[in-house]
Write a protein of this length. Sequence first.
Length: 425
Amino acid sequence: MYIKIITLGCSKNSVDSEVILGNLKHRGIQVLKEDDKRSPDILIINTCGFIHDAKQESIDMILDAVELKRQKQISEIWVMGCLIQRYKEELSTEIPEVDAWFGVNDSSEIVDLISKKQYGKLISERVLQTPPHYAYLKIAEGCNRRCSFCAIPLIRGNHISRPIEDVVEEAKMLAKSGVKELILISQDVSFYGLDLYKKRRIAELCEALAKVEGIEWIRLQYLYPHEFPEDLLDVMAQNSKICNYIDIPLQHINTKILKSMKRSTTKEETLELMQKMRTKLPNAAFRTTFIVGYPGETKADFEELVDFVKAMRFERVGVFTYSEEEGTSAAELKDNVSEKQKQERLEKLMEIQQDISAELNQQKIGNTYKVLIDREEAGFYIGRTEFDSPEVDNEVLIPVKNKKMKIGNFYDVEITDADAFDLFG
């Protein structure tokens, strides 16, 4: 029997898929990589249900699988994940060709059904879908925040931290398999430990992970600005293994909009936090995201956001247009910004950020950075500095003819040229 999983959505979904594949392999089941051309007996689709476009992508993938089943290229279709957690009844009625449906917490059931043995709790063994030298490490599930625009707590429930010893044990296992970079993920990394230990312990977790032999980089993704654990900044400043990289989705800067978004912070508090971060970590790269066209956002509110982006000069910025999500409190507000205005605001903000990114990258020319090589492609070795996360940030391109490099190794690379989104070395 061959099993294949197609994963859609975020890195947290990827980890869920990797754990399922790892447990199946541990039980002697043959698992195929996502790009393997062989036809699986069971195709599992791990769906995303976060925003409208992601939902549509998931549905399209299911319908494509149904067509493959009609052509007898696959035997069974199993569908799991966030979309199913919310819409299982509707989808099972609309797409009866799917053989089984599973929510976000049904991974052990999937493994037991395929292996035809009841084991209960899953082990942490994983079949990585990333290159073997880096891995996402999920430190918690769910979210206690109730941001007005976000459906994640409706799908995955409240925040549940994993014990420090469990996370460290998985990190050791990943390191033994050749992983050199750990990317810590959860819906709110800065909340880690509050539910389990009655205090935030992300700083302590980072210190413990930094002691794992073989791990050279630790990267944190999705820090929340409200009640930020400032001891984390001290640990980041003192420990060279923790990347100088702060991923902190701010979503807006106007206090009125932030209040409507239920972000529990104000413009003044955000500015104060940014100043502390820049002071304690002067060399850090900042990644943030913003939502434009949120209900009630006026032209003046948007221009306030524009001025903020110009002043802060973030290294990385992602911009999204507001999308109404069923069941969220923002869905009850009047969506009074036209789609045209939303798109115009997105494009304006991204144009500004592109100029900022280009200027910041130009400043790197002549400097030498530690670079992790991810792959070889189109005549270049392609890698990343500690300031860049996989798939979403800058890459460093080094001509293959210049030097023989090994994928998954670190090299000191001198930057010789740059554009808005890439460095050349």
